[in-house]
Design a protein around this ligand. Structure first.
Ligand code: S3P
Length: 431
């Protein structure tokens, strides 16, 4: 599968993005742990989150599908049944890392596998804290990579664990294991990362203590059954935000997008670059703020994205790099070496693809410098099986002379089913 893109007039109209990926995974897992029936609405029907449902079903959780984005999960009160086969996490790091936390406390062995990309991603970051809690985890791949074999321990002990990397997935794996452990588990995060796990635990009736960077949960308090409606994914909205913000004359409305402050860094960065974005007065339902976003296009200027802001925009950096190339002046991305261990080495791939389109870019070990304003031209670009690379460069193609061809775009299905159809509709001026 491939995507072919040409320059379009400014985007106008409305676009509804699918449910948030991070929240969908967590809602499914907490519902599965809960003590009853939970309806999940606007669940992301992307391959990553469907993979989490598949894994949970393999663990004996009954899950009914009542609509394309609507599932009913029958919680098993924290007791999974031993799987008879490997648990295939597909392309999804979130599935593998968060499920590791839950499986660490089960009285059986599980083996988690993934596709070629997930099989290259580091798992020591979850192995270390979960071993400290008393589970036995073995990475079968080279350098601590999947497959991951977990010999669970139903008598896990609480830990106090300081995150060595600013990762919400690692934080969540430890907190989820902590729910099923003896004592109070504390994760210390030196830099703030997305807090969906903490908010959702509280919404599902599990107390979470938060003091500065210390987050604690007590063992033995299982989630209470709750229904949850997943807000739209701001990381998916990011592609349209940049497409419209950089294009004078553009005007896009994005209804019902998640506006959790640990995820809205993209709005702050684009505003700093001169974008006009309205996203005020979010409503907070079920613990997660959401609201409508309105973006109006203008000429942007470069900015610096670094430090504590990085975890907040980690998934948006590829499309923000594209925004940098389309802006006047220089955009600098620093402190983002984590991007090298995502679905692809996103620093290398983004720098390569921007150069291929005519941008002026220097790659650094932990980021890049983009001297914006060079005219972009179409190019044939590999997705590297990375959904966010495919989508970021599809958007870049809207600004390039000639045709941009993104190869191997099946990966877009992991987080954004319907992206290509929405792109075609907006590019043809239908709102
Ligand atoms: C996620 C956390 C981030 C992010 C990923 C989803 C989550 O990963 O990049 O897409 O849902 O917790 P890290 O925890 O590796 O930073």
């Amino acid at each position: 599968m491939e995507l072919r893109i040409r320059k379009t007039p400014p985007l106008r109209g409305e676009v509804t993005v699918p449910g948030d990926k991070s929240m969908s995974h967590r809602a499914a897992m907490l519902a599965a742990l809960s003590d009853g029936r939970c309806r999940l609405d606007n669940y992301l029907p992307g391959e990553d989150c469907l993979g989490t449902l598949r894994v949970l079903r393999q663990l004996g959780v009954e899950i009914g599908e009542t609509g394309p984005n609507e599932f009913v999960v029958h919680g098993c009160s924290g007791r999974f049944t031993a799987p008879t086969d490997d648990l295939d996490c597909g392309n999804s790091g979130t599935t593998m890392r968060l499920m590791s936390g839950l499986l660490a406390a089960q009285p059986f062995r599980s083996r988690l596998t993934g596709d070629a990309s997930l099989s290259r991603r580091p798992m020591r970051r979850v192995i270390e804290p979960l071993q400290q809690m008393g589970a036995v985890l073995t990475a079968e791949g080279p350098g601590g990579c999947p497959p991951l074999v977990i010999d669970g321990n139903p008598s896990l002990q609480a830990v106090e664990y300081r995150l060595p990397v600013p990762s919400a997935q690692v934080k969540s794996a430890v907190l989820l294991a902590g729910l099923l452990a003896r004592g109070t588990t504390t994760v210390i995060q030196p830099v703030e990362t997305r807090d969906h796990t903490e908010r959702m635990l509280e919404y599902f009736g599990v107390p979470v203590a938060r003091e500065g960077g210390r987050i604690s949960v007590g063992g033995g308090r299982l989630p209470k059954a709750r229904d949850f409606t997943v807000p739209g994914d701001i990381s998916s909205a990011a592609f349209w935000l940049v497409a419209a913000a950089c294009q004078p004359g553009a005007n896009l409305a994005l209804p019902a997008v998640g506006l959790n402050p640990s995820r809205t860094g993209i709005l702050a960065v684009l505003r700093r670059m001169g974008a006009t974005i309205e996203a005020d007065f979010p409503s907070t339902e079920r613990g997660e703020p959401s609201g409508d976003i309105l973006v109006t296009g203008s000429a942007l200027t470069g900015t610096v994205i670094a430090g504590a802001e990085i975890p907040n925009v980690i998934d948006e950096l590829p499309i923000l790099a594209v925004a940098g190339a389309l802006s006047a002046g220089t955009t600098v991305i620093r402190d983002a070496s984590e991007l090298r261990v995502k679905e692809s080495d996103r620093l290398a791939v983004v720098a390569h693809h921007l150069l291929a389109m005519g941008a002026d870019v220097t790659e650094h070990p932990d980021g890049m410098e983009i001297r914006g304003g060079q005219p972009l031209h179409g190019a044939k670009l590999a997705s590297h099986g990375d959904h966010r690379i495919a989508m970021a460069f599809a958007i870049a193609g809207l600004f390039a002379d000639g045709e941009t061809m993104i190869e191997d775009t099946a990966c877009v299905e992991t987080s954004y089913p319907g992206f290509a159809a929405q792109l075609r509709r907006l590019a043809h001026g239908q709102s």
